[in-house]
Design a protein around this ligand. Structure first.
Ligand code: HC1
Ligand code: SF4
Length: 578
Protein backbone atom coordinates (compact mmCIF):
# COMPACT_ATOMS: atom_id res chain seq x y z
CA UNK A 1 0.00 0.00 0.00
CA UNK A 2 1.13 3.55 -0.73
CA UNK A 3 0.78 6.45 1.73
CA UNK A 4 -0.78 9.51 0.15
CA UNK A 5 -2.01 12.76 1.66
CA UNK A 6 -5.00 14.38 0.00
CA UNK A 7 -5.97 17.81 1.38
CA UNK A 8 -4.28 16.94 4.70
CA UNK A 9 -6.07 13.55 5.01
CA UNK A 10 -3.49 10.77 5.42
CA UNK A 11 -4.62 7.77 3.43
CA UNK A 12 -3.40 4.47 2.00
CA UNK A 13 -4.10 3.15 -1.47
CA UNK A 14 -2.92 0.24 -3.60
CA UNK A 15 -0.26 0.91 -6.21
CA UNK A 16 -1.27 1.67 -9.80
CA UNK A 17 -4.25 3.97 -9.34
CA UNK A 18 -4.48 7.61 -10.39
CA UNK A 19 -4.88 10.65 -8.14
CA UNK A 20 -8.41 11.04 -9.52
CA UNK A 21 -9.34 7.52 -8.49
CA UNK A 22 -7.67 7.85 -5.07
CA UNK A 23 -9.49 11.13 -4.42
CA UNK A 24 -12.78 9.53 -5.44
CA UNK A 25 -12.21 6.70 -2.96
CA UNK A 26 -11.46 9.27 -0.24
CA UNK A 27 -14.71 11.12 -0.97
CA UNK A 28 -12.98 14.10 -2.58
CA UNK A 29 -14.56 15.17 -5.87
CA UNK A 30 -12.25 16.43 -8.59
CA UNK A 31 -14.20 17.79 -11.57
CA UNK A 32 -13.57 16.09 -14.92
CA UNK A 33 -14.80 16.54 -18.45
CA UNK A 34 -13.01 14.37 -21.02
CA UNK A 35 -12.40 11.56 -18.56
CA UNK A 36 -14.88 8.67 -18.63
CA UNK A 37 -14.45 5.32 -16.95
CA UNK A 38 -17.25 2.88 -17.73
CA UNK A 39 -15.54 -0.18 -16.30
CA UNK A 40 -18.74 -2.28 -16.66
CA UNK A 41 -18.33 -2.13 -20.41
CA UNK A 42 -14.54 -1.84 -20.41
CA UNK A 43 -14.46 1.70 -21.71
CA UNK A 44 -11.83 4.04 -20.32
CA UNK A 45 -11.33 7.41 -21.96
CA UNK A 46 -8.14 8.79 -20.51
CA UNK A 47 -7.00 11.39 -23.00
CA UNK A 48 -6.25 14.15 -20.47
CA UNK A 49 -7.19 16.63 -23.17
CA UNK A 50 -9.48 19.00 -21.26
CA UNK A 51 -7.17 19.77 -18.28
CA UNK A 52 -10.16 20.29 -16.01
CA UNK A 53 -8.98 17.84 -13.35
CA UNK A 54 -5.80 19.75 -12.44
CA UNK A 55 -4.52 19.37 -8.86
CA UNK A 56 -1.38 20.52 -7.05
CA UNK A 57 1.39 18.17 -6.02
CA UNK A 58 2.92 19.59 -2.86
CA UNK A 59 6.70 19.81 -2.91
CA UNK A 60 7.66 20.73 0.66
CA UNK A 61 11.41 20.77 -0.09
CA UNK A 62 11.39 23.36 -2.85
CA UNK A 63 8.05 24.97 -2.07
CA UNK A 64 7.35 24.89 -5.80
CA UNK A 65 4.18 22.88 -6.19
CA UNK A 66 3.41 21.34 -9.55
CA UNK A 67 0.07 21.35 -11.35
CA UNK A 68 -0.79 17.94 -12.84
CA UNK A 69 -3.85 16.38 -14.49
CA UNK A 70 -5.16 13.97 -11.87
CA UNK A 71 -6.79 11.60 -14.37
CA UNK A 72 -3.46 10.38 -15.76
CA UNK A 73 -1.08 10.93 -12.84
CA UNK A 74 -0.50 7.78 -10.79
CA UNK A 75 -0.06 8.05 -7.02
CA UNK A 76 3.35 7.43 -5.52
CA UNK A 77 4.42 6.67 -1.95
CA UNK A 78 4.56 9.80 0.20
CA UNK A 79 2.75 11.92 -2.38
CA UNK A 80 0.91 14.99 -1.03
CA UNK A 81 -1.94 16.34 -3.15
CA UNK A 82 -4.08 19.44 -2.83
CA UNK A 83 -7.25 19.63 -4.88
CA UNK A 84 -8.59 22.82 -3.34
CA UNK A 85 -5.92 25.50 -3.76
CA UNK A 86 -6.58 28.78 -5.53
CA UNK A 87 -4.03 27.78 -8.15
CA UNK A 88 -5.78 24.46 -8.91
CA UNK A 89 -9.23 26.06 -8.96
CA UNK A 90 -8.02 28.88 -11.22
CA UNK A 91 -6.39 26.40 -13.61
CA UNK A 92 -9.62 24.43 -13.93
CA UNK A 93 -11.70 27.53 -14.46
CA UNK A 94 -9.28 28.74 -17.11
CA UNK A 95 -9.47 25.39 -18.93
CA UNK A 96 -13.26 25.73 -19.11
CA UNK A 97 -13.05 29.39 -20.10
CA UNK A 98 -10.72 28.50 -22.96
CA UNK A 99 -13.11 25.82 -24.17
CA UNK A 100 -15.99 28.30 -23.99
CA UNK A 101 -14.02 30.94 -25.89
CA UNK A 102 -14.35 28.70 -28.95
CA UNK A 103 -17.84 27.33 -28.29
CA UNK A 104 -21.12 28.62 -29.78
CA UNK A 105 -23.05 30.84 -27.37
CA UNK A 106 -26.37 29.13 -27.90
CA UNK A 107 -27.20 27.31 -24.70
CA UNK A 108 -30.86 28.40 -24.81
CA UNK A 109 -31.51 26.68 -28.12
CA UNK A 110 -28.99 23.86 -27.87
CA UNK A 111 -30.39 20.29 -27.89
CA UNK A 112 -28.24 19.55 -24.83
CA UNK A 113 -29.47 22.57 -22.83
CA UNK A 114 -29.64 21.48 -19.14
CA UNK A 115 -28.00 18.17 -20.06
CA UNK A 116 -24.62 19.48 -21.18
CA UNK A 117 -21.62 18.52 -19.09
CA UNK A 118 -19.66 21.61 -20.22
CA UNK A 119 -22.55 23.87 -19.20
CA UNK A 120 -22.84 22.18 -15.78
CA UNK A 121 -19.11 22.41 -15.22
CA UNK A 122 -19.05 26.12 -16.05
CA UNK A 123 -21.77 26.63 -13.45
CA UNK A 124 -20.07 24.40 -10.89
CA UNK A 125 -16.69 26.12 -11.29
CA UNK A 126 -18.22 29.57 -11.07
CA UNK A 127 -17.20 30.72 -14.55
CA UNK A 128 -18.79 34.15 -14.84
CA UNK A 129 -16.94 35.66 -17.78
CA UNK A 130 -15.00 34.52 -20.81
CA UNK A 131 -11.92 36.68 -20.96
CA UNK A 132 -10.79 35.72 -24.42
CA UNK A 133 -12.47 36.34 -27.70
CA UNK A 134 -11.06 35.29 -31.06
CA UNK A 135 -11.65 33.16 -34.08
CA UNK A 136 -14.25 30.42 -33.64
CA UNK A 137 -14.76 27.12 -35.41
CA UNK A 138 -17.30 27.34 -38.18
CA UNK A 139 -18.07 23.92 -39.58
CA UNK A 140 -21.32 23.04 -41.36
CA UNK A 141 -23.62 20.69 -39.42
CA UNK A 142 -23.70 17.16 -40.77
CA UNK A 143 -27.42 16.39 -41.06
CA UNK A 144 -26.95 13.80 -43.79
CA UNK A 145 -28.36 10.83 -41.93
CA UNK A 146 -31.85 10.02 -40.64
CA UNK A 147 -30.42 9.28 -37.22
CA UNK A 148 -27.46 11.39 -36.05
CA UNK A 149 -26.58 15.08 -36.25
CA UNK A 150 -22.90 15.97 -35.97
CA UNK A 151 -22.15 19.57 -35.01
CA UNK A 152 -18.37 19.85 -34.89
CA UNK A 153 -18.56 23.43 -33.62
CA UNK A 154 -19.65 21.98 -30.29
CA UNK A 155 -16.90 19.37 -30.18
CA UNK A 156 -14.49 19.90 -27.28
CA UNK A 157 -12.13 17.21 -28.48
CA UNK A 158 -12.57 14.99 -25.45
CA UNK A 159 -12.36 11.90 -27.71
CA UNK A 160 -15.02 9.99 -25.73
CA UNK A 161 -16.91 9.26 -28.96
CA UNK A 162 -13.75 7.94 -30.59
CA UNK A 163 -13.00 5.61 -27.70
CA UNK A 164 -16.59 4.36 -27.70
CA UNK A 165 -16.81 3.92 -31.47
CA UNK A 166 -13.36 2.42 -31.98
CA UNK A 167 -12.57 0.47 -28.83
CA UNK A 168 -15.98 -0.65 -27.53
CA UNK A 169 -18.02 -0.82 -30.74
CA UNK A 170 -15.00 -1.50 -33.04
CA UNK A 171 -16.71 0.42 -35.84
CA UNK A 172 -13.84 2.80 -36.53
CA UNK A 173 -16.01 5.64 -37.80
CA UNK A 174 -14.88 8.58 -35.70
CA UNK A 175 -11.36 9.93 -35.38
CA UNK A 176 -9.53 13.23 -35.09
CA UNK A 177 -9.06 15.09 -38.36
CA UNK A 178 -6.77 18.09 -38.92
CA UNK A 179 -4.31 19.78 -36.62
CA UNK A 180 -4.36 22.57 -34.07
CA UNK A 181 -7.26 25.00 -34.27
CA UNK A 182 -8.58 23.21 -37.36
CA UNK A 183 -9.02 19.83 -35.74
CA UNK A 184 -12.35 18.13 -35.29
CA UNK A 185 -13.76 14.62 -35.00
CA UNK A 186 -15.47 12.90 -37.91
CA UNK A 187 -15.43 9.99 -40.34
CA UNK A 188 -12.30 9.45 -42.47
CA UNK A 189 -11.84 12.10 -45.19
CA UNK A 190 -14.68 13.97 -43.49
CA UNK A 191 -17.31 12.19 -45.61
CA UNK A 192 -20.92 12.74 -44.50
CA UNK A 193 -22.07 10.36 -41.76
CA UNK A 194 -24.60 8.80 -44.13
CA UNK A 195 -21.81 7.71 -46.46
CA UNK A 196 -19.74 6.18 -43.66
CA UNK A 197 -20.22 2.70 -42.20
CA UNK A 198 -21.82 4.18 -39.10
CA UNK A 199 -24.33 1.77 -37.55
CA UNK A 200 -26.23 4.60 -35.82
CA UNK A 201 -25.91 2.67 -32.56
CA UNK A 202 -25.84 6.08 -30.87
CA UNK A 203 -23.33 5.07 -28.22
CA UNK A 204 -21.17 8.05 -29.23
CA UNK A 205 -24.22 10.27 -28.66
CA UNK A 206 -24.77 8.69 -25.25
CA UNK A 207 -21.23 9.63 -24.08
CA UNK A 208 -20.76 12.99 -25.86
CA UNK A 209 -20.58 15.61 -23.08
CA UNK A 210 -21.91 18.43 -25.31
CA UNK A 211 -24.19 18.56 -28.36
CA UNK A 212 -21.50 17.70 -30.89
CA UNK A 213 -23.40 14.45 -31.46
CA UNK A 214 -27.17 14.28 -31.01
CA UNK A 215 -30.13 12.45 -32.48
CA UNK A 216 -32.16 13.88 -35.38
CA UNK A 217 -35.16 15.54 -33.74
CA UNK A 218 -38.56 14.34 -34.99
CA UNK A 219 -40.74 15.92 -32.32
CA UNK A 220 -42.45 18.42 -34.63
CA UNK A 221 -43.38 15.70 -37.11
CA UNK A 222 -45.33 13.99 -34.32
CA UNK A 223 -47.09 17.22 -33.29
CA UNK A 224 -47.97 17.86 -36.95
CA UNK A 225 -49.52 14.39 -37.29
CA UNK A 226 -51.43 14.79 -34.03
CA UNK A 227 -52.83 18.09 -35.25
CA UNK A 228 -53.94 16.73 -38.63
CA UNK A 229 -57.64 15.83 -38.37
CA UNK A 230 -57.34 13.43 -41.31
CA UNK A 231 -54.75 11.26 -39.63
CA UNK A 232 -55.30 8.37 -37.26
CA UNK A 233 -52.14 8.47 -35.15
CA UNK A 234 -51.14 5.38 -33.20
CA UNK A 235 -48.15 5.17 -30.92
CA UNK A 236 -46.18 2.17 -29.70
CA UNK A 237 -43.61 2.18 -26.90
CA UNK A 238 -40.57 -0.09 -26.76
CA UNK A 239 -39.95 -2.38 -23.78
CA UNK A 240 -37.07 -0.27 -22.45
CA UNK A 241 -38.94 3.05 -22.32
CA UNK A 242 -41.07 2.23 -19.28
CA UNK A 243 -38.06 1.67 -17.02
CA UNK A 244 -36.20 4.87 -17.98
CA UNK A 245 -38.71 7.60 -18.88
CA UNK A 246 -39.30 8.46 -15.20
CA UNK A 247 -35.66 9.59 -14.88
CA UNK A 248 -36.50 12.59 -17.07
CA UNK A 249 -39.00 13.66 -14.41
CA UNK A 250 -36.69 13.25 -11.43
CA UNK A 251 -37.74 9.72 -10.55
CA UNK A 252 -35.28 7.10 -9.33
CA UNK A 253 -33.65 5.01 -12.07
CA UNK A 254 -35.52 1.72 -12.32
CA UNK A 255 -38.92 3.24 -11.55
CA UNK A 256 -41.52 1.51 -13.71
CA UNK A 257 -43.81 4.15 -15.26
CA UNK A 258 -45.80 2.11 -17.78
CA UNK A 259 -49.24 3.30 -16.61
CA UNK A 260 -48.27 6.98 -16.34
CA UNK A 261 -46.64 6.84 -19.76
CA UNK A 262 -49.84 5.47 -21.31
CA UNK A 263 -51.89 8.24 -19.65
CA UNK A 264 -49.48 10.90 -20.90
CA UNK A 265 -49.68 9.58 -24.48
CA UNK A 266 -53.47 9.53 -24.35
CA UNK A 267 -53.53 13.11 -23.07
CA UNK A 268 -51.20 14.16 -25.88
CA UNK A 269 -53.91 13.12 -28.31
CA UNK A 270 -52.83 9.81 -29.83
CA UNK A 271 -55.81 7.94 -31.25
CA UNK A 272 -54.53 4.64 -29.88
CA UNK A 273 -51.72 3.82 -27.47
CA UNK A 274 -50.18 0.44 -28.12
CA UNK A 275 -47.15 -1.51 -27.01
CA UNK A 276 -44.12 -2.63 -29.03
CA UNK A 277 -44.15 -5.60 -26.63
CA UNK A 278 -47.04 -6.91 -28.75
CA UNK A 279 -44.66 -6.82 -31.72
CA UNK A 280 -42.04 -8.56 -29.57
CA UNK A 281 -44.46 -11.40 -28.76
CA UNK A 282 -45.17 -11.66 -32.48
CA UNK A 283 -41.44 -11.73 -33.18
CA UNK A 284 -41.04 -14.67 -30.81
CA UNK A 285 -43.83 -16.59 -32.58
CA UNK A 286 -41.89 -16.16 -35.80
CA UNK A 287 -38.33 -16.39 -34.49
CA UNK A 288 -38.95 -19.51 -32.35
CA UNK A 289 -40.66 -21.11 -35.40
CA UNK A 290 -37.70 -20.18 -37.58
CA UNK A 291 -35.23 -21.62 -35.07
CA UNK A 292 -37.13 -24.91 -34.87
CA UNK A 293 -37.35 -24.99 -38.69
CA UNK A 294 -33.62 -24.39 -39.04
CA UNK A 295 -32.76 -27.07 -36.46
CA UNK A 296 -35.14 -29.69 -37.86
CA UNK A 297 -34.17 -29.10 -41.49
CA UNK A 298 -30.42 -28.80 -41.05
CA UNK A 299 -30.48 -25.19 -42.23
CA UNK A 300 -27.94 -22.46 -41.39
CA UNK A 301 -26.99 -22.36 -37.72
CA UNK A 302 -26.33 -20.47 -35.58
CA UNK A 303 -29.38 -18.32 -36.09
CA UNK A 304 -28.82 -14.75 -34.99
CA UNK A 305 -31.52 -12.46 -33.66
CA UNK A 306 -32.43 -9.58 -35.95
CA UNK A 307 -34.30 -7.01 -33.87
CA UNK A 308 -31.44 -4.56 -33.39
CA UNK A 309 -31.03 -2.32 -36.46
CA UNK A 310 -27.54 -1.11 -35.52
CA UNK A 311 -26.34 -4.68 -35.32
CA UNK A 312 -27.92 -5.39 -38.73
CA UNK A 313 -26.03 -2.44 -40.21
CA UNK A 314 -22.86 -3.69 -38.55
CA UNK A 315 -23.10 -7.14 -40.18
CA UNK A 316 -23.93 -5.55 -43.55
CA UNK A 317 -20.87 -3.32 -43.44
CA UNK A 318 -18.39 -5.57 -41.70
CA UNK A 319 -19.43 -9.17 -42.43
CA UNK A 320 -21.49 -9.05 -45.66
CA UNK A 321 -20.68 -12.69 -46.40
CA UNK A 322 -22.62 -13.72 -43.28
CA UNK A 323 -25.97 -12.16 -44.15
CA UNK A 324 -27.63 -15.58 -44.17
CA UNK A 325 -27.16 -16.07 -40.44
CA UNK A 326 -29.52 -13.46 -38.94
CA UNK A 327 -33.15 -14.43 -38.59
CA UNK A 328 -35.33 -13.09 -41.39
CA UNK A 329 -37.77 -11.62 -38.86
CA UNK A 330 -38.41 -7.90 -39.07
CA UNK A 331 -37.81 -6.13 -35.78
CA UNK A 332 -40.74 -5.94 -33.32
CA UNK A 333 -41.63 -2.29 -33.90
CA UNK A 334 -41.58 -2.79 -37.66
CA UNK A 335 -43.75 -5.93 -37.31
CA UNK A 336 -46.10 -3.88 -35.17
CA UNK A 337 -46.27 -1.13 -37.80
CA UNK A 338 -47.06 -3.70 -40.50
CA UNK A 339 -49.89 -5.17 -38.43
CA UNK A 340 -51.21 -1.68 -37.60
CA UNK A 341 -51.45 -0.82 -41.31
CA UNK A 342 -53.03 -4.13 -42.35
CA UNK A 343 -54.96 -6.10 -39.73
CA UNK A 344 -55.76 -3.14 -37.45
CA UNK A 345 -56.61 -0.89 -40.43
CA UNK A 346 -58.96 -3.49 -41.95
CA UNK A 347 -60.59 -4.33 -38.61
CA UNK A 348 -61.28 -0.68 -37.88
CA UNK A 349 -62.03 0.28 -41.49
CA UNK A 350 -59.33 2.94 -41.63
CA UNK A 351 -57.43 3.70 -44.84
CA UNK A 352 -53.84 2.62 -44.04
CA UNK A 353 -52.63 5.73 -45.86
CA UNK A 354 -54.27 7.77 -43.11
CA UNK A 355 -52.64 5.84 -40.30
CA UNK A 356 -49.50 7.34 -38.85
CA UNK A 357 -47.46 4.92 -36.75
CA UNK A 358 -45.16 6.57 -34.21
CA UNK A 359 -42.57 4.45 -32.41
CA UNK A 360 -41.07 5.59 -29.12
CA UNK A 361 -37.70 3.86 -28.98
CA UNK A 362 -34.64 3.91 -26.73
CA UNK A 363 -32.66 3.78 -29.91
CA UNK A 364 -31.36 6.18 -32.54
CA UNK A 365 -30.79 3.53 -35.21
CA UNK A 366 -34.55 2.80 -35.28
CA UNK A 367 -35.01 6.22 -36.93
CA UNK A 368 -32.94 5.10 -39.91
CA UNK A 369 -34.33 1.54 -39.82
CA UNK A 370 -37.88 2.83 -40.38
CA UNK A 371 -36.73 4.39 -43.67
CA UNK A 372 -35.01 1.26 -45.04
CA UNK A 373 -36.34 0.28 -48.47
CA UNK A 374 -36.68 -3.38 -47.39
CA UNK A 375 -39.11 -2.25 -44.70
CA UNK A 376 -41.26 0.14 -46.67
CA UNK A 377 -43.88 -1.54 -48.79
CA UNK A 378 -44.75 0.20 -52.08
CA UNK A 379 -43.13 3.32 -50.67
CA UNK A 380 -45.42 3.20 -47.64
CA UNK A 381 -43.63 3.13 -44.33
CA UNK A 382 -44.50 0.46 -41.79
CA UNK A 383 -43.45 2.97 -39.17
CA UNK A 384 -43.70 6.66 -40.03
CA UNK A 385 -41.94 8.49 -37.21
CA UNK A 386 -39.50 7.36 -34.53
CA UNK A 387 -38.80 9.42 -31.44
CA UNK A 388 -36.45 8.52 -28.62
CA UNK A 389 -37.21 8.27 -24.90
CA UNK A 390 -35.57 11.69 -24.50
CA UNK A 391 -37.77 13.20 -27.22
CA UNK A 392 -40.91 11.74 -25.61
CA UNK A 393 -39.84 13.27 -22.29
CA UNK A 394 -39.53 16.66 -23.98
CA UNK A 395 -42.91 16.31 -25.67
CA UNK A 396 -44.59 15.53 -22.36
CA UNK A 397 -43.00 18.69 -20.94
CA UNK A 398 -43.98 20.74 -24.02
CA UNK A 399 -47.57 19.56 -23.54
CA UNK A 400 -47.52 20.85 -19.96
CA UNK A 401 -48.31 17.44 -18.52
CA UNK A 402 -47.23 16.90 -14.90
CA UNK A 403 -45.95 13.41 -15.43
CA UNK A 404 -45.24 12.66 -11.76
CA UNK A 405 -48.87 13.27 -10.78
CA UNK A 406 -50.52 11.28 -13.57
CA UNK A 407 -52.86 8.40 -12.81
CA UNK A 408 -52.11 5.08 -14.49
CA UNK A 409 -53.95 3.69 -17.49
CA UNK A 410 -53.82 0.61 -19.69
CA UNK A 411 -52.66 0.20 -23.27
CA UNK A 412 -55.44 -0.01 -25.84
CA UNK A 413 -56.43 -3.40 -27.24
CA UNK A 414 -55.91 -5.53 -29.23
CA UNK A 415 -52.33 -4.43 -30.00
CA UNK A 416 -51.57 -3.60 -26.39
CA UNK A 417 -51.88 -7.11 -24.93
CA UNK A 418 -48.43 -8.37 -23.93
CA UNK A 419 -46.52 -10.95 -21.90
CA UNK A 420 -43.46 -10.94 -19.64
CA UNK A 421 -41.45 -12.54 -22.44
CA UNK A 422 -41.78 -9.40 -24.51
CA UNK A 423 -40.81 -7.06 -21.68
CA UNK A 424 -37.40 -8.71 -21.26
CA UNK A 425 -36.52 -7.85 -24.87
CA UNK A 426 -35.37 -4.57 -23.36
CA UNK A 427 -32.26 -6.03 -21.74
CA UNK A 428 -29.35 -8.08 -23.03
CA UNK A 429 -30.25 -11.78 -23.09
CA UNK A 430 -33.97 -11.10 -23.04
CA UNK A 431 -34.78 -11.86 -26.67
CA UNK A 432 -33.16 -15.27 -26.58
CA UNK A 433 -34.73 -16.06 -23.17
CA UNK A 434 -38.15 -15.17 -24.56
CA UNK A 435 -37.53 -17.37 -27.62
CA UNK A 436 -36.44 -20.30 -25.43
CA UNK A 437 -39.59 -20.02 -23.27
CA UNK A 438 -41.64 -20.67 -26.39
CA UNK A 439 -39.32 -23.04 -28.26
CA UNK A 440 -39.06 -25.27 -25.18
CA UNK A 441 -42.81 -25.84 -24.99
CA UNK A 442 -43.21 -26.23 -28.74
CA UNK A 443 -40.35 -28.75 -29.07
CA UNK A 444 -41.05 -30.84 -25.96
CA UNK A 445 -44.85 -30.46 -25.84
CA UNK A 446 -44.42 -30.02 -22.08
CA UNK A 447 -45.23 -27.04 -19.91
CA UNK A 448 -42.18 -25.02 -18.88
CA UNK A 449 -42.51 -24.64 -15.13
CA UNK A 450 -39.66 -22.29 -14.39
CA UNK A 451 -39.66 -19.61 -17.07
CA UNK A 452 -36.60 -17.79 -15.72
CA UNK A 453 -33.35 -18.81 -17.39
CA UNK A 454 -30.81 -17.19 -15.10
CA UNK A 455 -27.92 -18.65 -17.06
CA UNK A 456 -28.89 -16.27 -19.90
CA UNK A 457 -28.90 -13.16 -17.70
CA UNK A 458 -26.18 -10.82 -16.52
CA UNK A 459 -24.33 -7.76 -17.65
CA UNK A 460 -21.12 -9.19 -19.12
CA UNK A 461 -20.93 -8.17 -22.75
CA UNK A 462 -20.15 -11.68 -23.91
CA UNK A 463 -21.91 -14.67 -22.36
CA UNK A 464 -22.57 -18.28 -23.22
CA UNK A 465 -24.98 -20.83 -21.81
CA UNK A 466 -26.59 -24.14 -22.61
CA UNK A 467 -30.25 -25.00 -22.22
CA UNK A 468 -31.50 -28.59 -22.33
CA UNK A 469 -34.57 -28.86 -24.55
CA UNK A 470 -35.79 -32.47 -24.74
CA UNK A 471 -32.84 -34.53 -25.87
CA UNK A 472 -31.03 -31.59 -27.44
CA UNK A 473 -28.60 -29.31 -25.67
CA UNK A 474 -29.07 -25.87 -27.20
CA UNK A 475 -25.88 -23.80 -27.16
CA UNK A 476 -26.53 -20.09 -26.81
CA UNK A 477 -24.23 -17.11 -27.27
CA UNK A 478 -25.12 -13.58 -26.17
CA UNK A 479 -23.27 -10.41 -27.14
CA UNK A 480 -24.10 -6.84 -26.24
CA UNK A 481 -21.86 -4.17 -27.69
CA UNK A 482 -20.61 -4.42 -31.25
CA UNK A 483 -17.03 -5.30 -30.25
CA UNK A 484 -18.41 -8.41 -28.57
CA UNK A 485 -20.60 -9.11 -31.59
CA UNK A 486 -17.47 -8.99 -33.72
CA UNK A 487 -15.88 -11.75 -31.60
CA UNK A 488 -18.84 -14.08 -32.21
CA UNK A 489 -19.04 -13.21 -35.92
CA UNK A 490 -15.35 -13.89 -36.44
CA UNK A 491 -15.87 -17.35 -34.92
CA UNK A 492 -18.70 -17.99 -37.39
CA UNK A 493 -16.61 -16.77 -40.32
CA UNK A 494 -13.77 -19.08 -39.32
CA UNK A 495 -16.16 -22.03 -38.96
CA UNK A 496 -15.41 -22.27 -35.24
CA UNK A 497 -18.77 -21.19 -33.79
CA UNK A 498 -20.17 -23.63 -31.26
CA UNK A 499 -23.58 -21.97 -31.01
CA UNK A 500 -27.07 -22.83 -32.23
CA UNK A 501 -28.52 -19.43 -31.54
CA UNK A 502 -26.95 -16.06 -30.81
CA UNK A 503 -28.53 -12.86 -29.52
CA UNK A 504 -26.83 -9.64 -30.46
CA UNK A 505 -27.66 -6.15 -29.26
CA UNK A 506 -25.48 -3.26 -30.42
CA UNK A 507 -25.66 -1.28 -27.20
CA UNK A 508 -23.65 -2.56 -24.24
CA UNK A 509 -26.36 -3.76 -21.83
CA UNK A 510 -29.08 -3.91 -24.51
CA UNK A 511 -31.84 -1.44 -25.31
CA UNK A 512 -32.03 -0.20 -21.70
CA UNK A 513 -28.70 1.53 -22.43
CA UNK A 514 -29.68 2.66 -25.92
CA UNK A 515 -28.41 5.83 -27.55
CA UNK A 516 -31.85 7.45 -27.18
CA UNK A 517 -32.29 6.76 -23.46
CA UNK A 518 -31.91 9.44 -20.78
CA UNK A 519 -28.20 10.23 -20.52
CA UNK A 520 -26.52 8.10 -17.86
CA UNK A 521 -23.59 10.58 -17.70
CA UNK A 522 -21.13 7.77 -17.09
CA UNK A 523 -23.04 6.16 -14.22
CA UNK A 524 -23.66 2.59 -15.33
CA UNK A 525 -25.43 1.80 -12.02
CA UNK A 526 -28.41 3.54 -13.63
CA UNK A 527 -28.43 0.96 -16.42
CA UNK A 528 -28.30 -1.89 -13.89
CA UNK A 529 -31.35 -0.46 -12.10
CA UNK A 530 -33.22 -0.32 -15.41
CA UNK A 531 -32.34 -3.98 -15.96
CA UNK A 532 -33.66 -4.99 -12.52
CA UNK A 533 -36.88 -3.12 -13.32
CA UNK A 534 -37.28 -5.04 -16.58
CA UNK A 535 -37.15 -8.34 -14.70
CA UNK A 536 -39.60 -6.99 -12.07
CA UNK A 537 -42.03 -6.05 -14.82
CA UNK A 538 -41.69 -9.57 -16.30
CA UNK A 539 -42.47 -11.15 -12.91
CA UNK A 540 -45.55 -8.96 -12.52
CA UNK A 541 -47.15 -10.26 -15.73
CA UNK A 542 -49.91 -12.87 -15.67
CA UNK A 543 -48.62 -14.48 -18.86
CA UNK A 544 -44.89 -14.80 -19.39
CA UNK A 545 -44.60 -16.71 -22.66
CA UNK A 546 -45.31 -15.08 -26.00
CA UNK A 547 -47.44 -17.95 -27.30
CA UNK A 548 -49.81 -17.42 -24.35
CA UNK A 549 -50.73 -13.93 -25.63
CA UNK A 550 -54.43 -14.36 -26.48
CA UNK A 551 -54.51 -11.39 -28.87
CA UNK A 552 -51.52 -12.76 -30.76
CA UNK A 553 -53.23 -16.14 -31.11
CA UNK A 554 -56.35 -14.37 -32.38
CA UNK A 555 -54.25 -12.43 -34.90
CA UNK A 556 -52.91 -15.70 -36.34
CA UNK A 557 -56.37 -17.25 -36.34
CA UNK A 558 -58.10 -14.30 -38.00
CA UNK A 559 -55.39 -12.99 -40.28
CA UNK A 560 -51.92 -14.49 -40.44
CA UNK A 561 -52.56 -18.23 -40.56
CA UNK A 562 -49.69 -20.31 -39.19
CA UNK A 563 -46.59 -18.83 -37.62
CA UNK A 564 -43.79 -18.84 -40.24
CA UNK A 565 -46.48 -19.51 -42.86
CA UNK A 566 -47.09 -17.77 -46.17
CA UNK A 567 -48.86 -14.63 -44.97
CA UNK A 568 -46.59 -14.31 -41.97
CA UNK A 569 -43.61 -14.52 -44.31
CA UNK A 570 -44.96 -11.86 -46.60
CA UNK A 571 -45.73 -9.43 -43.80
CA UNK A 572 -43.28 -10.14 -41.02
CA UNK A 573 -40.04 -11.28 -42.64
CA UNK A 574 -37.43 -9.61 -44.80
CA UNK A 575 -33.93 -9.99 -46.18
CA UNK A 576 -31.24 -7.42 -45.58
CA UNK A 577 -28.60 -6.59 -48.10
CA UNK A 578 -26.41 -3.59 -48.46
FE1 HC1 B 1 -35.40 -2.76 -28.31
FE2 HC1 B 1 -36.90 -4.21 -29.72
S1 HC1 B 1 -36.23 -4.69 -27.60
S2 HC1 B 1 -34.80 -3.57 -30.36
O1 HC1 B 1 -33.91 -3.99 -27.93
O2 HC1 B 1 -36.55 -5.99 -30.38
O3 HC1 B 1 -34.87 -0.07 -29.41
O4 HC1 B 1 -36.67 -1.46 -25.87
O5 HC1 B 1 -38.10 -1.72 -29.13
O6 HC1 B 1 -38.30 -3.25 -32.30
O7 HC1 B 1 -39.67 -4.99 -28.67
C1 HC1 B 1 -35.00 -1.03 -28.89
C2 HC1 B 1 -36.13 -1.93 -26.71
C3 HC1 B 1 -37.22 -2.48 -29.05
C4 HC1 B 1 -37.77 -3.65 -31.34
C5 HC1 B 1 -38.67 -4.72 -29.10
FE1 SF4 C 1 -19.66 4.83 -34.09
FE2 SF4 C 1 -22.08 3.99 -33.25
FE3 SF4 C 1 -21.43 6.59 -33.16
FE4 SF4 C 1 -21.81 5.42 -35.53
S1 SF4 C 1 -23.34 5.74 -33.92
S2 SF4 C 1 -20.16 6.82 -35.01
S3 SF4 C 1 -21.03 3.36 -35.12
S4 SF4 C 1 -20.48 4.91 -31.97
Amino acid sequence: MLKVTINDQELQFPEGITILEAAGRAGVKIPTLCHLDLHDIKMVNQTASCRVCMVELVDSTSNRNKLVPSCVTKITDGMAVRTDTLRAITARRMAVELLLSNHPNECFTCPKNTNCELQSLAAELGVREIRWEGERMNYPKDMSSDAIVKDSNKCIYCRRCETMCNEVQTCGILSGIGRGFNSFVGPAFNIPMVESSCTYCGQCVQVCPTAALTEVNHIDKVWEALNDPNKHVVVQTAPAIRVALGELFGMEPGTIVTGKMVTALKRMGFDAVFDTDFGADLTIMEEASELIYRIQNNKTLPMLTSCCPAWIKFIEHQFPELLEVPSTCKSPHIMFGTIAKTYYAEKNKIDPDNIVVVSVMPCIAKKAEAKRPELTKDNHNNVDIVVTTRELGLMIKEAGIKFEDLPESQFDRPLGETTGASVIFGTTGGVVEAAIRTAYEWITGKELENVEFHQLRGSDGLRKATVQIGDRELKIGIASGLGNARTLLEEIREGKSQYDVIEIMACPGGCIAGGGQPYHHGNFEIVKKRQEAIYREDRSKRYRKSHENAEILKLYEEYLGNPFGKTAHRLLHTHYEE
